[in-house]
Design a protein around this ligand. Structure first.
Ligand code: NAP
Length: 299
């Protein structure tokens, strides 16, 4: 849309993020609310330039950023303050520029929790599990701890030492029990999974366009899902994955990553603008776009 005059600028900082859905999400919201704002992508190839980028943003008056892989930790030293959530996991996915003072937040935590809220009573005091040892997995651990108080979080990883690396410096490490994904092939591993009230995929397995040897992080044909369980895939492209199809077929409840994608963006939008994102409009535009096979995969 051609306009006269200036617009307030927001953007995404990351590397190789050309396929992100974030511009569509935020520009749809700005347009729906008639706000003179624009959201764009700042693809930074060299990590050494992240500090320069943020100093430049203060000079230019860029009002806010989303931050994604691999810079969620890299940006921290350049920020004047961190929200308690960002501090808890040492990672920032949202920056707001308050008159030159940059503050870091993490909306992945509340964004992950939002679609689980209807089942909060079912989760409290029970065991849950997460697959993955990246930043999304740690955000999910912190979300469970803060909002749902499970008895423990089983963290299924390929290598136990990576779980230890992920948890280094995390104050609530005692809540988390690292397990090997390979142990799922043993009777005890399968039983542990069956006993979880929520199963979360925080790996990219299932994302459109990937050539993984397996289609789902949970082995097929083992009857590991059952009614009463909630299976949550952080993958949002495609909207429904093999993991969610298998879980639904076994009678479990399912949550698609699109819910987290929209919820974390809505919270960032509120932090930047003080306005509620029109999530219904944003979700339907996004679902229409993702409905088509797309080559991307990140928020
Ligand atoms: P990340 O830091 O790159 O971590 C990826 C994790 O997946 C690592 O633990 C990695 O294990 C594991 N993994 C990769 N390939 C695997 C395989 N073949 N088998 C088993 N584990 C495998 O990424 P992230 O930021 O945590 O994000 C993880 C996923 O969540 C991505 O798909 C991302 O798009 C999605 N996500 C979605 C939202 C949303 O709003 N819906 C938000 C954040 C993230 P190794 O260390 O062993 O390689």
């Amino acid at each position: 849309m051609a306009t006269r005059g200036s617009r307030t600028v927001y953007g995404l900082i990351g590397r190789n993020v050309g396929y992100s859905w974030s511009p569509l999400i935020h520009n749809t919201a700005f347009e729906a609310l008639g706000m003179p704002c624009v959201y764009t992508i700042f693809d930074i190839a060299d990590p050494a330039l992240v500090g320069d980028a943020l100093r430049g943003a203060r000079a230019l008056g860029i009002q806010g950023f989303s931050v994604t892989i691999p810079y969620k930790k890299t940006v921290v030293p350049f920020l004047a303050e961190l929200s308690p959530e960002a501090e808890a996991i040492g990672a920032v996915n949202t920056i707001v520029n308050d008159n030159g003072r940059l503050a870091g937040h993490n909306t992945d935590i509340a964004g992950f929790a939002a679609p689980l809220m209807p089942w909060a009573d079912r989760i409290r005091g029970k065991r849950v599990c997460i697959f993955g040892n990246g930043g999304a997995a740690l955000a999910a651990v912190e979300a469970f701890r803060t909002f749902f108080r499970p008895s423990s979080v089983l963290l299924f990883v390929r290598e136990l030492k990576k779980a230890e690396e992920m948890l280094a410096g995390y104050e609530h490490r005692g809540l988390v029990v690292p397990c090997r994904t390979g142990d799922l092939d043993l009777p005890l591993g399968g039983q542990q999974l069956q006993e979880c009230s929520v199963i979360v995929n925080a790996t990219p397995i299932g994302t459109a366009g990937r050539k993984d040897p397996v289609r789902s992080i949970v082995p097929a044909g083992r009857e590991l899902f059952h009614p009463g369980q909630i299976v949550y895939d952080m993958v949002y492209n495609p909207l429904t994955t093999t993991l969610l199809d298998d879980a639904r077929a076994a009678g479990a409840e399912t949550v698609s990553g699109i819910e987290m994608l929209v919820a974390q963006a809505a919270q960032a939008f509120f932090i930047w603008t003080g306005k509620e994102m029109p999530v219904g409009t944003v979700r339907s535009v996004l679902m229409r776009e993702i409905g088509e096979p797309a080559p991307g995969g990140r928020g």
